[in-house]
Design a protein. Structure first.
Lengths: 288, 294
């Protein structure tokens, strides 16, 4: 090892991994960089196709216009503050809702024995094989019949049943030692007490990890909000961007579109970067 | 696995299960059953009566040359996305896992694209490759390539494949890193002492030991390419030009939502269900085998 470092040829070969990794990082960063730069120029500069590689002076105008106004120079849009709120409600409701109903049902399956227990378990398990994409039309009809089109309930409730979260919690609950349950029962704690005082605190790490994954999942939903929301007030930001782009003609409010794109990326990217440890754990655990 | 000590409430477990079971019944089982029911019926023009027709809807679809074309498009698209995103992720993960300076920084800089929605990834690619506003799109045209993915089907396909793979690399990278960390250092060091170079070590040790991870990711990436890339395609090409980037899932949406053809769309949904069930079954067989090894 030490000998190899003394020769010049070795040193050059040692650089290869760095070069490949840097190229990789650049390929992933370049589109983001272009979008960030684009959000600081005016739409005419972008539309002509000669976007410089350094920031322009329109950042404040673009972001404040995209954030609060309902029209650009060429068309009218839903303001970003409305769309961000919708996306936030959707992401939080899906993440918290999934965690809540999954932890309860996993507790039931793991800590009780009752008639039809395995039937319920399999029913939940089957949902793994029914992603929303394969049953869009009939699910849409159910939501329409319930009068939930254009509502937060319609946007979120059909997505909060999750077999993966339930399976993850169940798996974890099975590792809680029997002695702990025994001790709690001797102390006179019932099932509800035990859940609140022992199971919930023990599950904190799992809950945090799942939250990160599910928040991103919720924020990034596309097909479902596309079907369920008609009114501009209910638009989520990911859908909003593609509606702003339309057919992708050169004459577009590109400055506003790029500012909106940056704002759409910010929350999930921030969650991944700042909660990296939870995020990697959540991802690797929930897919096992 | 079962636990010995349990609680013996009679009603409580049902109450705990109620929310999930209710959502599952109303929004999963019932719609899926409807899709299956509709797939073997034909409705009259007014939607008043429906007739049981066995597999006629399926026959119509599978005889339709357009559908066969869509199947081919989906196959090309998903295989390309899977191979490309797996290959790039494996290369980057192996390099970032070696003992080099700044490995941590590289990792952080490579995992964040996971956070992007497929549709947002598509939009970012459009900003660069749009023939009018995109810097690389214009460059390709100046090089005499006649680049316009909005008019050229092959170019459109290349665009959606690249945008969809670009987003999936981060996911594969995370799992490859976790897989690499599970390989005992002692094995690598022993091979090193025996004089095996890095390339040889990769093919004789790393790659075989990573195969459970690779296989798992293969299935996940196929599912991703089949379903989640709806956003990529919808944002970038709308399935066009013509039908050159129309995948199975995009067609279900097109037939069911845009053209309102319930029978055809339900039969397609059922075909998709069969595909998902097959993929999930394959995945679970693999999980069992992994447990066996461990």
């Amino acid at each position: 090892m030490t000998a190899s470092h003394t020769t010049g040829g070795r040193r050059l070969i040692d650089l290869v991994p760095h070069i490949v990794l840097i190229v990789g990082v650049l390929i992933f960063a370049f589109p983001i960089y272009v979008t960030l730069i684009g959000s600081t120029w005016d739409s005419a500069t972008i539309g002509r196709g000669n976007l410089p590689l350094i920031p322009g002076g329109e950042a404040f105008n673009n972001y404040s216009q995209a954030w609060s106004e309902s029209h650009g120079a060429r068309a009218s849009y839903t303001p970003v503050r409305v769309m961000v709120l919708n996306s936030l409600v959707m992401a939080l409701a899906i993440a918290l809702g999934k965690i809540a109903i999954s932890i309860l049902s996993a507790y039931a399956v793991a800590f009780f024995r009752f008639p039809f227990r395995m039937a319920f378990f399999w029913m939940i398990f089957i949902t793994l094989m029914l992603p929303v994409e394969v049953r869009i039309i009939p699910t849409y009809k159910v939501v329409a019949d319930l009068g939930l089109i254009d509502s937060y309930a319609g946007l979120t409730i059909p997505l909060i049943a999750s077999a993966t979260a339930t399976l993850l919690f169940r798996q974890f609950f099975l590792t809680i030692p029997d002695e702990l349950v025994e001790a709690a029962r001797i102390d006179g704690a019932g099932a509800v007490r035990f859940f609140l005082d022992v199971v919930l605190p023990l599950s904190k790490t799992n809950i945090a990890a799942l939250f990160v994954i599910l928040f991103i999942y919720g924020w990034n939903q596309y097909l479902w909000p596309l079907l369920i929301t008609n009114s501009a007030d209910m638009e989520t930001i990911v859908i909003g961007i593609t509606k702003m782009i339309g057919t992708g003609e050169a004459a577009n409010d590109w400055n506003l579109i790029m500012a909106t794109t940056v704002l759409a990326m910010l929350p999930p990217v921030a969650v991944v970067v700042f909660m990296q440890r939870w995020f990697v754990k959540g991802l690797v655990d929930s897919e096992k | 696995m079962q636990r010995r000590v349990i609680f013996d409430n009679k009603l409580l477990p049902y109450l705990l299960l109620a929310p999930q079971v209710a959502v599952t019944l109303v929004f999963f089982i019932w719609p899926a059953a409807q899709a299956i029911w509709q797939s073997v019926h034909i409705q009259d023009a007014f939607g008043l009566r429906s007739e049981f027709v066995w597999f006629e809807n399926f026959e119509v679809i599978l005889r339709d040359p357009n559908y066969i074309e869509t199947l081919k498009t989906t196959a090309i698209f998903s295989v390309s996305v899977t191979v490309l995103s797996l290959g790039v992720a494996l290369l980057l993960a192996v390099l970032a896992d070696s003992k080099i300076k700044g490995a941590r920084a590289y990792k952080t800089l490579l995992i964040w694209p996971y956070a992007l929605a497929p549709a947002v990834a598509a939009v970012l690619w459009m900003f660069i490759f749009n023939p009018e506003i995109g810097s690389l799109g214009q460059l390709l045209n100046r090089l005499g390539l006649d680049w316009d993915y909005r008019l050229n089907g092959t170019q459109a396909m290349i665009m959606v494949i690249l945008a969809a793979s670009w987003k999936q690399v981060a996911y594969n990278f995370i799992f490859f890193l976790a897989g690499l960390q599970a390989i005992p250092r002692s094995v690598m060091e022993a091979a090193s002492i025996d004089g095996a170079g890095p390339v040889r070590r990769f093919w004789t040790i790393t790659f075989p030991l990573l195969s459970p991870t690779t296989f798992f990711l293969l299935v996940v990436d196929m599912v991703y390419a089949f379903f989640e890339t709806f956003g990529t395609i919808h944002a970038l090409t709308h399935g066009g030009p013509g039908k050159s980037t129309e995948t199975l899932i995009f067609r279900v949406y097109q037939d069911g939502v845009v053209n309102n053809d319930l029978g055809a769309s339900s039969a397609q949904s059922v075909i998709l269900m069969v595909i998902v069930i097959a993929l999930t079954a394959v995945q679970f067989r693999f999980v069992e085998r992994k447990v066996h090894y461990a």
